[in-house]
Design a protein. Sequence first.
Length: 289
Amino acid sequence: MRVRRFGALIGAGMALSLALSACGSDTEKTEAKTVVQKAKDDKKLTIGIKFDQPALGLKKPDGTFAGFDVDVAKYIAKQLGVPESGITFKETTSANRESFIGGGQVDLVVATYSITEARKQQVTYGGPYYVAHQDTMVNNDNADIKKTEDLKGKRLCKAAGSNSFRRITEPPPDGKLDISGVKLVDASSYSECVSKLKSGALDAVSTDDLILAGFANQQKGSFKVINDPFTDEKYGVGIKKGDIETCEAVNKAVNQMYSDGTAGQLLDKHFAGTGLKLVKTVPQMEGCA
């Protein structure tokens, strides 16, 4: 009988311990800082950017970073109270943006991150801070592809983690695009897409015009953008799902960036002379609900 009572006491103790542990976990979750709170308390942020996109997010040989996304990230961080010296830039690819945000490897992602309904299920978006448009880039001597429909039967790059290729292979049933027989060529990133385009391993790269313009401008005379845009790509700031306080703070920063003229200056700094029509009015915010 005593053994049974002793066993019962042990079992009750373990249950109480587990209950307290669970309670502690809930408390920890409740007390988790928003990015705004972290910025205020620590004066530090880790921000995910691309390392291989000229004019947007590029790691230079000296270890510094340059590009429109980089400057936008610095501006937003400053508005949140974090100096440039408090920013750690972490390489973030199209394939790992959601997992990096959800897993806490980064606080924000500013990496040509198009806002989509599917992605909204996994992350909260601030912005958009710019609305780009999908276009197509080919080798400079290509005379066959002059408009999007000319991609029929051609070899098109499929960058890991990106949705751009789907807008060619799975166009909406509105009659605007009639493309068939596209042959997809896999690549780990858009920089690899561009390398394969230059080598002749594929015929075209189709994605956001800012991305294409950056690559074309980096290797002048090698490529051309066909200037046949067909989508709106709303670049958002990726934030952990449910962090509404930070979303609202980011939206405020983006509005300020346009109203004080900084956004226009940054667009000119990185894309003037590329032939793109740059929009310098503040985009319509998506909302944080």
